[in-house]
Design a protein around this ligand. Structure first.
Ligand SMILES: [Zn+2]
Length: 252
């Protein structure tokens, strides 16, 4: 059973806090499916509508804009994964780089982001918070991670970072070398979290078909698993890899 903090009894409420629609599925989808099947109540809090994302080839953006399309994809995927509550925090997607306006995550006052996350956490009352570890280089992921860790610390709620294990990233890099030797990621050195630093790893292979189905509900986005050989995709999708960050006294 994913992860049961010492002394908290059965885990009932898990809140995933992310920056963009698709982070909950591309990142934490197996965890959400696992939690649903295990009887936990889950919530997804998403800080933006992913307005700055790229659009998958062949996808037409409706008049309402990419943000509204991605919000609807988020809600559909979350419902498919049994998520009980979806909330958006109304910041704007900062994009990977460049100038960020005051309404974006990168342009907003960090205290304002923390307040918004705290309000969402207060409203749901989770036993555990989960967020992406931000190691993929997207600034919004790191900003949401920092806010979530701070709020978990303030409220005494354990926080788990969803990680990309180094062993899986090595498989991915070996594959990328064969298909795209110019990929900038290959020049960044060792990628991912060293496997020995992971605190919580659990198998999720039984949820693989549902995970793929949820991934495909984000039709406007190309998932990072698209086109990967099965053994490489499985390294990411058939287990969840987490690092527990705080508060230490509550973590198993
Ligand atoms: Zn994202």
């Amino acid at each position: 059973m994913f992860p049961i903090p010492n002394g908290c009894g059965p885990l009932l409420r898990i809140q995933v806090v992310v920056a963009h629609p698709d982070d909950e599925t591309f990142g934490c989808g197996s965890l959400l499916l696992h939690a649903c099947v295990a009887g936990a109540t889950t919530a997804v809090t998403c800080a933006t509508r992913g307005e700055a994302g790229e659009v998958a080839p062949g996808v037409e953006v409706p008049a309402g804009g990419l943000g509204s399309l991605r919000e609807s994809e988020l809600r559909e995927a979350a419902a498919f994964m049994g998520v009980r509550r979806v909330e958006l925090l109304d910041f704007r997607d900062s994009g990977m780089s460049g100038d960020a306006g005051p309404l974006t995550l990168a342009g907003a006052d960090p205290a304002e982001i923390r307040d918004a996350v705290r309000e969402a956490v207060d409203a749901f009352g989770p036993d555990v918070l989960v967020t992406l570890d931000g190691s993929d280089g997207h600034r919004d992921h790191a900003i949401v991670r920092d806010a979530t860790v701070d709020v978990g610390g303030e409220l005494g709620v354990p926080v788990y970072l969803h990680c990309l294990p180094r062993s899986a990233m090595r498989l991915w890099a070996q594959h990328m070398e064969t298909v795209d030797p110019s990929s900038t990621y290959l020049h960044l050195g060792e990628l991912g979290t060293p496997d020995e630093e992971l605190t919580t790893v659990f198998g999720t292979r039984e949820h693989l078909p549902a995970r793929w189905a949820a991934i495909r509900l984000h039709r406007s986005q190309v998932s990072p698993f698209e086109g990967l050989p099965e053994e490489v995709a499985s390294a990411f999708l058939c287990a969840e890899h987490l690092v527990a960050v705080r508060p230490a006294e509550l973590l198993s």
